[in-house]
Design a protein around this ligand. Structure first.
Ligand code: ZN
Length: 341
C-alpha cells in the first residue's frame, strides 16, 4: 500500500511516500481502507518531533473515514463493508474510566497517528470499537473532517465548561478546524459567540458560521474588545488552544464565575497566572483532551441531522501531504485540510 511515513523529524519534506505491505488486523481489530484523512495541528507536532518521543517511522494522522475491509479474530466478518469514521483515541477498555465511558481519563490513553500508526495511508488498523458508524449523507472528506475537532469542542464546551444558554463564549482562532466546530456548538447550545480570527475574510466566514461577533486578533488585543462587547462583564467561557501567547489575555477576558478551557498549546506550553483575580472572580481553568466515544457519537448525530456542519477547506492527494502541511503552517485555511487516499 501507499503510505506517508516520517523517518526523521523536520519540515514538510520529511513526509515521505513509502510502499509497504498493508497491516493485518489483530484480535479485536479491523482494517480500514482509508478514503480520506484530515489534518490536525498534532500532525505537525508529530512531524517536527515536538511531542513525547515516538518510535519512527510513523504514519501520522488522527482523523479518517473509510470502509472496513478486513476483521481480526473476535470481530464479526459482517462488519466488512461498513462505512466508518474513526474515533481518534485508543484506551485499555478495562479500567474504571474506560468502563464509565470516559476514555480520555484512561492511564493508557493514546491518540491515533501519535503513539500508533494513523491515517495517511491506504489502509490502517483500528480497534473494532473505534470504527464508528458515519452518517451516510456525508462525503468521506466531510466524515474525516469531523471526529477530532467536533469531539474535542463538544467535550470542552458541553462536558467540561457546561456552557449554558444565554452565556457568552469566546472562541480563539475561529477559522481553525476546532474553531469552526466550537462556533457551531456554541450556537447549538444557545450561547452568544464571539470569535477571533486573523483576516477580514476569515472574520466574515466566522460570522457566516454563526458567530455573533468577530474580532481581528492581528490588529489588536482582543480582551478589551471582549469586555466592550459584553458591557464590561467578560465572557463566561473562553476556549483557548493557542497557549502561551494568549493565556493572559484569555484570563483577562473572563467574566466573574468564568471558565477557561485549555486544550492546546500552538504558541507554547508555559504561562503564568495572576492568582488574585483567579480567586476574587471565581475563575476556573479547565483542561480538556479529546472526548469519549459516546461524545463522538453525540456530535456525529448532530452532524447527520444537519445541526452541525464539517467545514472542508481543501483536499490534497496523498502524495501531496507536504503541500497540505504547508497550507496549515501558513494559516491560510478555514476549516479542515483533507488528504484523499
Ligand atoms: Zn482504560
Amino acid at each position: 500500500m501507499r503510505a506517508i511515513r516520517i523517518h526523521r523529524h523536520g519540515g514538510p519534506e520529511v513526509l515521505q511516500m513509502d510502499h509497504i505491505p498493508p497491516p493485518e488486523p489483530g484480535p479485536g481489530q479491523v482494517r480500514v481502507r482509508v478514503e480520506a484523512a484530515a489534518l490536525n495541528h498534532l500532525d505537525i507536532w508529530v512531524r517536527l518531533g515536538q511531542t513525547a518521543p515516538i518510535p519512527l517511522p510513523r504514519i501520522p494522522g488522527s482523523d479518517l473515514a473509510g470502509t472496513i475491509d478486513a476483521t481480526g479474530p473476535g470481530v464479526s466478518q459482517t462488519r466488512i463493508g461498513e462505512h466508518i469514521a474513526a474515533y481518534p483515541g485508543l484506551s485499555c477498555g478495562q479500567c474504571d474510566p474506560c468502563r464509565r465511558g470516559e476514555e480520555p481519563l484512561c492511564p493508557q490513553f493514546r491518540i491515533l497517528g501519535l503513539q500508533v500508526d494513523g491515517a495517511y495511508a491506504e489502509h490502517t488498523i483500528l480497534p473494532a470499537s473505534s470504527a464508528m458508524n458515519r452518517p451516510e449523507n456525508l462525503t468521506p472528506e466531510q466524515a474525516a473532517a469531523s471526529p477530532l475537532v467536533f469531539t474535542t469542542a463538544w467535550h470542552a464546551l458541553h462536558t467540561r465548561a457546561r456552557l449554558q444558554p444565554g452565556e457568552t463564549l469566546l472562541v480563539l482562532a475561529g477559522a481553525s478546524g476546532v474553531g469552526t466546530a466550537a462556533i457551531q456548538i456554541g450556537k447549538l447550545l444557545g450561547a452568544r459567540v464571539i470569535a477571533t480570527a486573523g483576516s477580514p475574510e476569515k472574520l466574515e466566514r466566522c460570522r457566516a458560521l454563526g458567530a455573533d461577533e468577530a474580532i481581528n486578533h492581528r490588529n489588536s488585543d482582543y480582551s478589551p474588545r471582549v469586555l466592550e462587547l459584553t458591557g464590561d462583564q467578560g465572557a463566561n467561557v473562553v476556549l483557548d488552544h493557542i497557549g502561551a501567547e494568549t493565556w493572559g489575555r484569555s484570563l483577562a477576558s473572563l467574566a466573574r464565575g468564568g471558565r477557561m478551557v485549555a486544550f492546546g498549546v500552538t504558541t507554547g506550553a508555559s504561562a503564568t497566572v495572576q492568582i488574585r483575580p483567579l480567586y476574587q472572580k471565581h475563575h476556573s481553568i479547565l483542561g480538556s483532551y479529546l472526548g469519549s466515544r459516546r461524545e463522538m457519537a453525540e456530535v456525529m448525530a448532530h452532524i447527520a441531522a444537519g445541526r452541525l456542519k464539517p467545514i472542508v477547506d481543501s483536499v490534497f492527494p496523498l502524495e501531496q501531504a507536504p503541500e497540505a502541511h504547508r497550507r496549515m503552517e501558513q494559516s491560510h485555511h478555514f476549516g479542515k485540510i483533507l488528504i484523499k487516499t
